[in-house]
Every structure is written in structure tokens, then in C-alpha cells.
Write a protein that binds this ligand. Structure first.
Ligand SMILES: *Cc1c(COP(=O)(O)O)cnc(C)c1O
Length: 384
């Protein structure tokens, strides 16, 4: 394992678990193929590592947000299909050609641009995003049906996939789910012979009707909670830990961190750790002194030596204090690591304390972690 002696924090990414989660998503997707959404550096965990592992496991469909993300990943998925969901046309034509990326066209304007480009430059696959209720990206259902039924479809417009995105799939009983399904089915039927994709992680859980030809899980691969109800049945992938810099003793009545927002009720032992909001340990998880604590009582907890240790006072840019008074004296020391999330603290618990979602916690992690990747078969190893 690479030495992390001089790092204040470390992030361990279990690529074995990632692959297993992808296989689980694939199994839950029934007859559909299962893609992997690896945008935003694979939700902050390292897209190159994730794609290497998933490609090795047989995944051949990848979704990124930007063309630049796609180009970076191209060498890692040699014959894989890489879809670019944030289509910017004009602009990304060249990079889509050189890196063989599939732009997901999201408006009639983009369809026209892309078609004109392909007439001029030669055919190149594209995908079509259809808006079925999100009001974000996509041509309308009517526009899509018109395109599908137009025998004189714009020359150069040759979609290999039609897709749409569910707005409320994290709430299984939300009426919008079947609403969107209904609309999307009309489009999928009209584009006979073109693959169709509707479900992200939570959509997979809605059942076979939602699976079509290709599913697009992201958060479930990374061990985050996909639906609002129930636990994610998948494996934990990422563990973040911070180093204890010093243990201090403080007296009852004293205060901790900026704003003196916590007054100690007892003589306390405080683990002062090298982690802060610059590392994605969001300020909103503070134990006190942030507006969120008026609504959600408790801030985040760390985990050390089999016990929880609550955040004391405000999280600052680089430093956070944890209350380790309840741990046996001598059981924690400077240099030890405290778990921020991982095997004992689900990433979604941290997210809940911050009033946000696991997605935001993961994508906020930042650059200061010593990153360890546990690879399929090959066991633990340091970051190359
Ligand atoms: C991010 C995204 C996904 C993946 O969503 P998860 O909830 O992380 O599974 C799928 N499709 C689209 C269009 C997305 O933007």
C-alpha cells in the first residue's frame, strides 16, 4: 500500500465492490444491458479506475456528462460506447469524432446542428434525449414522434439510442413514474429498431417495465442510497478517513471551534482531525452553529475503535473536532484515523446530517485524500 504518512485523509475505493454492485444492477435489470454512469469522475471516486474495473468485468456502455470526460476515458474502454449527456452543439463535434463519443442530442436545434455536421463530415452515431417530464434536457415527446415517423428524417441523423430520465424514481409510488413511463413507451415504440433507455439506479428498482434495452445506474454502483425507502442492498464502495492530529483535554464550560457554538457540558477529550469542508466534509455536518441544526438535531459522527464520536462545533476548512470523551482513555491517539464514512457510517448518514444526498458528499471529496484502490483479484494497492 502506498504510504499515506504525510496525508491528512485517505479514501479507500473498493473496486471489487463496485464491480459486484454493477453485476447486481445488471441482474436486477433483467433482459436489459447495464451501463455505468461515470460522470463527475465516477461520482468523485476516480473514473479511470472505475472504468478499468468495469470494462474488465464486461461493461461496454458508459455515460459521462461532458465530452472532455469521455475523451479521457476512451483509452480505458477501447470498444465501449461512451455517451455524452451534456451535449453542447456547436462545439463538441470534433472531440466526439476523434474520441468516438456518442453525443446525446437534447433539442431540435442540436438535432439540426448534428445532422448538418454529419452530412458534411460523414455519419457518426448519436443518441436522442427525450423529455418526458423533467423539463431539463430533451426534445418533447411530440418532436420525438415526429422525428421517428418522418420518412425523410434529417439525413445524418442516425440515433443508436433514445433515452429519457425519471424525475421522481426515488419515490416508488410517485405518480410521475408511470406518467413518464407511458410517454417514453410511445417514443421507444416509434423508434423501432433503436435501443431505448429510461432507468437510472432508482429506476431499475421500479421493475421490468422501466428497464427497456439499457439501464443507466450511477449512485448504486458507488454504494449510495438510490431510493428514499429501504436500504440499498448493495455493497459499500468508498471509505473516507481523517487523521487525528492531536487529542486535547478541555474543561466543562469551554467552547470549541469558530463562533463558540458548542459549550462543553463536561470535561472532554477532543480528537482534532485533519479534515474540513475543503475535503467535502461539508460545513453543514457541523455539530452546532449552522442553521441546519435547528431542523435536524444532530451533526455527523465519526467512528473510531468501535464507537461513534460526534462532530463538536463547526467544521472548518481544514480541521474538524470530534468528541472522543466516551472512548476508553488511551484508546485513541494522535496519528490514528477516524472513519468519516465507510463500513460503520453509511455515506448517506453523513449526507442526512448535511441535509443533502450521498451524491453530493461523494462528488465533493476533493483532492487532498491519499487514494487507495482495491482492485478485483489483485488485492489492495496504492494509487498509481
Ligand atoms: C446522473 C444520471 C444517471 C445516473 O443516475 P443515478 O441516480 O446516479 O443512478 C442516469 N441518467 C442520467 C440522464 C443522469 O443524468
Amino acid at each position: 500500500m502506498a504510504s499515506d504518512d504525510d496525508y491528512g485523509a485517505r479514501l479507500t475505493v473498493d473496486l471489487d465492490a463496485l464491480v459486484e454492485n454493477w453485476r447486481s444492477c445488471r441482474a436486477m435489470s433483467g433482459n436489459a444491458r447495464c451501463a455505468a454512469v461515470v460522470k463527475a469522475d465516477a461520482y468523485g471516486l476516480g473514473a479511470v479506475h472505475a472504468v478499468d474495473a468495469l470494462y474488465e468485468a464486461g461493461c461496454r456502455d458508459f455515460f459521462v456528462a461532458t465530452a472532455r470526460e469521455g475523451a479521457e476515458l476512451r483509452p480505458h474502454a477501447p470498444d465501449g460506447r461512451i455517451y455524452v449527456m451534456n451535449c453542447m452543439l456547436p462545439g463538441i463535434e470534433t472531440i466526439c469524432r476523434t474520441a468516438e463519443l456518442v453525443p446525446v442530442l437534447a433539442s431540435m436545434e442540436q438535432v439540426a446542428w448534428w445532422s448538418a455536421h454529419c452530412i458534411e463530415m460523414d455519419d457518426h452515431p448519436c443518441a436522442l434525449q427525450v423529455d418526458t417530464g423533467m423539463n431539463r434536457l430533451g426534445v418533447t415527446v411530440e418532436e420525438a414522434l415526429e422525428l421517428a415517423n418522418d420518412v425523410a428524417r434529417p439525413a445524418g441523423f442516425a440515433p443508436v439510442l433514445v433515452m429519457s430520465h425519471l424525475a421522481s424514481s426515488d419515490e416508488p409510488n410517485h405518480p410521475q413514474n408511470t406518467d413518464q413511463l407511458e410517454r417514453f413507451r410511445r417514443v421507444a415504440d416509434a423508434f423501432d429498431g433503436v435501443e431505448a433507455s429510461l432507468a437510472a439506479s432508482a429506476g431499475i428498482l421500479l421493475g421490468p417495465d422501466f428497464h427497456f434495452d439499457l439501464t443507466r445506474p450511477g449512485i448504486a454502483l458507488y454504494g449510495g442510497r438510490a431510493a428514499n425507502q429501504g436500504d440499498t442492498p448493495l455493497r459499500m464502495v468508498a471509505a473516507a478517513e481523517a487523521r487525528i492530529m492531536t487529542i486535547r483535554q478541555a474543561r466543562a464550560g469551554e467552547t470549541v471551534s469558530y463562533g463558540a457554538t458548542v459549550e462543553l457540558a463536561r470535561d472532554s477529550r477532543i480528537a482534532v482531525c485533519s479534515i474540513g469542508y475543503a475535503d467535502g466534509y461539508l460545513r453543514s455536518v457541523s455539530g452546532s452553529g449552522v442553521p441546519l441544526r435547528d431542523v435536524i438535531e444532530n451533526g455527523a459522527r465519526g467512528w473510531i475503535n468501535g464507537q461513534a464520536a460526534p462532530v463538536l462545533g463547526r467544521v472548518t476548512m481544514d480541521i474538524t473536532a470530534f468528541d472522543v470523551t466516551d472512548l476508553p482513555a488511551g484508546s485513541v491517539a494522535a496519528g490514528d484515523f477516524i472513519e468519516l464514512f465507510g463500513p460503520n457510517i453509511p455515506v448517506d448518514e453523513v449526507a442526512d446530517a448535511a441535509g443533502t444526498i450521498g451524491y453530493e458528499v461523494l462528488t465533493s471529496l476533493g483532492k487532498r485524500y491519499c487514494r487507495h484502490y482495491i482492485r478485483p483479484q489483485s488485492g489492495p494497492s496504492g494509487d498509481g
